[in-house]
Design a protein around this ligand. Structure first.
Ligand code: AHG
Ligand code: MN
Ligand code: MN
Length: 339
């Protein structure tokens, strides 16, 4: 822990959590610089968003069939360019691109980055919080015939995760090694500074975050859990929902809350949920794990799911151990894979 209250930097965390002789340390530092730089740029743009005319839609659809906002594209170009310039990223998988981009590298131990460059982008037109999410993987070392197989073969090698939250201030949350830390961007100097105290989910929280409008389409066991948290649980839980995973997760991390984006069942057919495994669920699961929490798809831990598609969707339930256990107990799902 650092001496003064806000003098701990993301660089300090990387040096604390990695071995000096490990070539990955330089790679992580270089990728971190790209994320920090992208965060400064996006944050500055968002401050002036409506004045620049960048808070609306492009009226195009992305490969997921979702409407692309101008900032989705700006986020994609910003981070892709910075990762390319870093020379430490072998491939970038993004929500905004159908296929991974393979990049030239100059570092000896490059990484793979999966990203959601702008999370919750529909919040932008109403000046509500949004974020950017990153998962860093060590390449598997197998010869992979395509960018897709490179990411699929390496999906078990998650080594760090981060998100930027653009809200009243801009926050960088970085999980590496065994810890998760939070840093605040000081726009006057461009520095990201934190306390040096690792984040841990508080116990005894009572917040739940979900889009309850979809409750009629959820499985009976989940509907029962939702009824229980409001009527039989003591104390009853309270609802908070921003509609951007980064914002909801961040509040829950600080206050103690569970985030749920389950699968729908429509016409007897169960969906896969909405959120994407590689660049939304995995990084949040890693950040949560380092903060003493857990993430599940309702049955198995998110971090043990092996993808077969780089844009695979997955149900996501993530939060502190006590609230996720309670969810499992009251929705009738076994605690498979959790100790
Ligand atoms: P994105 O903007 O990257 O597509 O992500 C939006 C996601 C997530 O951030 C949020 O929690 C969820 O969609 C909200 O979905 P609903 O509007 O269905 O609640
Ligand atoms: Mn998203
Ligand atoms: Mn997005």
């Amino acid at each position: 822990m650092s001496q003064s209250p806000n003098a701990f930097t993301p660089f300090d965390l990387i040096t604390q959590q990695t071995d000096p002789g490990n070539p990955e340390r330089q790679t992580l530092i270089s990728i971190l610089h790209a994320i920090e730089q992208g965060g400064r740029k996006i944050s500055a743009l968002l401050q002036r968003g409506p004045l620049l005319g960048i808070t609306g839609s492009t009226h195009a659809q992305n490969i997921q069939g979702e409407e692309v906002q101008a900032m989705d594209q700006i986020g994609q170009e910003t981070f892709l360019t910075l990762f390319r310039q870093s020379g430490s990223v072998l491939g970038v998988l993004s929500e905004e691109a159908e296929h991974p981009d393979l990049l030239p590298v100059t570092h000896s131990a490059p990484c793979l980055v999966a990203m959601d460059p702008l999370d919750g982008s529909s919040n932008l037109s109403v000046n509500a919080p949004v974020g950017s999410i990153f998962a860093l993987f060590r390449p598997s070392g197998h010869t992979s015939p395509s960018g897709e197989s490179l990411f699929l073969d390496s999906s078990g090698n998650l080594i760090a995760a981060a998100y930027l939250l653009y809200s009243v201030s801009t926050t960088l949350v970085l999980a590496i090694g065994t810890e998760t830390h939070s840093f605040t961007l000081d726009p006057s100097t461009g520095e990201y500074l934190g306390s040096g105290v690792a984040l841990k989910f508080p116990e005894g929280g009572k917040i739940y975050s979900t889009n309850e409008g979809y409750l009629p389409y959820w499985e009976k066991s989940l509907q029962q859990y939702m009824g229980w948290i409001k009527t039989d649980r003591n104390p009853a839980m309270i609802l908070r929902y921003i509609g951007a995973l980064v914002g909801d997760f961040h509040r829950n991390l600080l206050k103690g809350g569970i985030y749920l984006y389950p699968a729908d069942v429509k016409n007897g057919k169960k969906s896969s949920g909405k959120l994407r495994l590689l660049y939304e669920a995995y990084p949040m699961a890693f950040i949560a794990r380092n903060a003493g929490g857990i993430a599940t798809d309702g049955t198995i831990p998110i971090l043990s799911i092996v993808p077969n598609n780089v844009h695979q969707r997955v149900p996501l339930i993530v939060g502190p151990m006590d609230l996720v256990r309670e969810f499992q107990d009251h929705s009738g799902s076994p605690l498979n894979g959790f100790s």
